[in-house]
Design a protein around this ligand. Sequence first.
Ligand code: UTP
Length: 292
Amino acid sequence: MTVRKAIFPAAGLGTRFLPVTKAQPKEMLPLVDKPTIQYGVEEAIASGIEQVIMVTGGGKRAIVDHFDRSVDLEHYLQERDRPDLLEILASVDQLSDRVDITYIQQKEPRGLGNAVWTARRLVEGEPCAVLLADDVIICEQRPVLKQLIDTHSKTGATVLAVRRIPREQVGRYGVIATSSSNGRVHEVTDMIEKPSPGSEPSDLAMLGRYVILPAVMEELGQTEPGAGKEIQLTDAIKRTIGRHRVVALEFEGDYYDTGTVAGYLRANLTMAMKREGLREELAPLLKELLEG
Ligand code: UTP
């Protein structure tokens, strides 16, 4: 079955970025001049997705407005004869012509697993993609989500995006255990969240891209026996291992973790230095700062 829908969980509170996220969605923070969530939506479109499902919560109005047309701003720019800026506006407007964007509310921020489960009725019975906007991955040749979808088409499996991370840092991530590999595709036997040093089953860390089978969604609807605790996304995927195939793809592309302040600043600096016009201005400043 083809993957037509992509869930964007965007209802988190972004507490690591306070105070800026007090009244501002984390997903709208820019990488240079484009909100992080727009990179994800562009990736989904370039990967053939037909419907984007944004899971949002209170205070996320700016995301809806961003993907909507701004008639007032258009008039303002037309009156001032600014075709260059109108073109930028049009490039955002066109996104919602190329893909249906649907919004659904997660009423309380009860975690990533619950956010994905909130979208269950919109993806009923279909495999679907999940993208975390924090993880920005740029691959000009083939978007990373397309790489995952192609792997799903070949294997029929739930597919996780993974990347090799130095052993001393891998404990910050969810890490997979594998039984065999075929090139960049690994057969997943277990998934361990933030393993303690020395207990990592591999150096393959999961990042924020998934294609999940309907069985994963069913698992998200369960609660932890006894505790009544909600099931997290990785736990739900883990519970399907044995009954359904789970593979991990070592994707190709430049990865930026914008979910922490340091990662976000690193991503901005790197992207700014790749942008013609900005690089010339920034390079001397960076040099001066380092030397000073
Ligand atoms: P994060 O933990 O990275 O986001 O969740 P957060 O909770 O907003 O950030 P901090 O930890 O407080 O700084 C990963 C993704 O899951 C979404 C977030 O919006 C983010 O895209 N999420 C998280 C939800 O949609 N709902 C939740 O209840 C929690």
